[in-house]
Design a binder for this molecule. Structure first.
Ligand code: ZN
Length: 295
């Protein structure tokens, strides 16, 4: 199994970098993934009353690095940890956060962590000993605050909107929107020069396309993708073009009565060829499979 790029491309131990934190706007920071597989971009939002951190890195050791980066910026309390989705590198360092930090996620994500979290730890631990080591002491920490589709938080003069639309990358994807700064933390709903990941049968490419429409309507000026460099709204259009292109091809070929195997054999090389500058092409076949199932 070549899941999550861990067995392809590079196999560096997925550590959140110390000392690389970027300021992307006044009071808004990103710890960049530096394009290392299984390291996410991590957000730090500093409001008048305290801090919100977006995602943790994989396992408590990575989360400790995140906490140390926050302390280089501010000594305000970390009031909230917002987790974009349940995948191990995004939320499975939550136990390292202070007791007073409220963990906030959509209810759909809370349920998904409960039902699939253990299996994902086992899956990821199979990628290699370094990853197994990072995950071995993980406790699945439940949310303190779960919401349906929208929660507005005031960090003290800094409004933060937490949004959940529908199944897309996972069942419980969450976006963190800073409406005043026009910044959108997308989790893996948007990635930059990586193929989008549809890891299991709960991923919905049609839901994903609908979600991208909604992201665009928020008119973000800055997009923080789950993986890859911080960018602007063109990242939404690039991902949409990939998904629309694949939807069209799979629809045509399935309509001709071709089997999944036959469709995969045609479409995978086409898209690998067209997107040579994107990393982790092992994910193209999963996208074909999910479109084939939904169309
Ligand atoms: Zn993910």
């Amino acid at each position: 199994m070549t899941g999550f790029g861990a067995a392809s491309g590079q196999d560096r131990t997925p550590m959140v970098p110390a000392g690389a934190t970027l300021q992307i706007a006044p009071n808004v920071y990103v710890i960049p993934d530096q394009r290392v597989n299984l390291v996410p971009n991590i957000g730090i939002i500093v409001g008048g009353d305290g801090v919100m951190v977006v995602d943790t890195g994989m396992g408590p050791r990575n989360a400790e690095i995140v906490l140390a980066e926050v302390r280089k910026i501010t000594d305000k309390p970390i009031r909230y940890l917002a987790i974009t989705h349940f995948h191990p590198e995004h939320g499975m360092g939550a136990q390292a956060f202070p007791k007073e930090t409220l963990i906030v996620v959509p209810s759909a994500q809370k349920r998904e962590l409960e039902s699939k979290g253990r299996a994902y730890i086992e899956l990821f631990s199979g990628f290699g000993p370094a990853i197994a080591e990072l995950l071995k002491d993980v406790e699945l920490v439940g949310a303190d605050l779960a919401f349906g589709d929208r929660l507005e938080i005031d960090l003290g003069g800094t409004p933060v909107h937490l949004l959940h639309y529908q199944a897309a990358h996972t069942l419980g994807d969450m976006l963190v929107h800073l409406p005043e700064q026009g910044i959108l933390f997308c989790g893996d709903l948007v990635v930059n020069r990586f193929f989008p990941i549809m890891p299991d049968a709960d991923a919905s490419p049609l839901g994903w396309l609908d979600t991208l429409d909604r992201l665009r309507s928020l008119k973000p000026g800055i997009i923080v993708p789950g993986h890859g460099e911080v960018g602007d709204a063109t990242l939404i259009g690039e991902l949409e073009a990939y998904l629309v292109g694949m939807r069209t091809r799979v629809h045509e070929l399935k309509g001709e009565g071709k089997t999944l195997d036959a469709v995969r054999a045609v479409v995978v090389p086409e898209f690998e060829d067209k997107y040579q500058s994107w990393d982790n092409p092992n994910w193209v076949k999963n996208a074909v499979e999910r479109f084939y199932a939904e169309l």
